[in-house]
Design a protein around this ligand. Structure first.
Ligand SMILES: Nc1ncnc2c1ncn2[C@@H]1O[C@H](COP(=O)(O)OP(=O)(O)OP(=O)(O)O)[C@@H](O)[C@H]1O
Ligand SMILES: [Mg+2]
Length: 159
């Protein structure tokens, strides 16, 4: 089962992220997959806004993980925003201990996470970004974590 949503502009992609934030629960690990410039960071900015993050969200390409304090009724306290594009081994991703980080009332969004899916050690969901042309992106959500949240994803698709 998967859910698709078309985003005609970067703003629309951010809005998709903001509404996606409402579907998240503490402990979630979300892998963001798609080519360079597909919109993974743009989407994450929206998620951060949805979770009440106040500071600016930038790409963690060089630092690998940014932590943002959330202010949201869901009880999610920390957004871990990772980018594993530059890692050269799975051991490096293991060292980030994303699965453990989210246990403390956190969620994680991992750009290029599909490259390291085997090391997260827990159920995940994936948002795949397809570039249709210069502007239009199609987002497709799938994965074990989505299963019990089908109705919410139906709403997200149609929003
Ligand atoms: N529909 C769209 N959705 C998302 N981004 C769009 C869209 N149309 C244009 N853009 C532009 O594409 C770029 C997406 O960049 P972004 O940093 O979000 O990509 P990324 O997937 O994180 O790339 P990287 O793999 O380098 O981290 C931005 O400059 C954004 O303004
Ligand atoms: Mg990025």
């Amino acid at each position: 089962m998967s859910w698709r949503r078309s985003c005609a502009t970067a703003l629309a992609c951010e809005a998709a992220g903001e509404q996606f934030a409402e579907l998240l629960v503490s402990g979630d690990v979300v892998l963001l997959s798609g080519q360079l410039g597909a919109g993974k960071t743009t989407f994450t900015k929206g998620v951060a806004r949805g979770l009440g993050v106040k500071e600016r969200v930038t790409s963690p390409t060089f630092t690998m993980v940014h932590e943002h304090r959330c202010h949201h009724a869901s009880g999610i306290v920390t957004l871990h925003h990772a980018d594993v594009y530059r890692v050269t081994s799975l051991a490096e991703v293991l060292d980030l201990a994303i699965g453990e980080l989210v246990e403390e009332s956190g969620v994680a969004l991992v750009e290029w996470g599909e490259l390291a899916a085997s090391v997260f050690g827990r159920d995940v969901m994936t948002v795949r970004f397809e570039v249709d042309d210069d502007e239009v992106r199609t987002l497709e959500v799938s994965g074990a974590l989505t299963i019990a949240r089908g109705e919410a994803f139906d709403d997200w698709t149609g929003a």
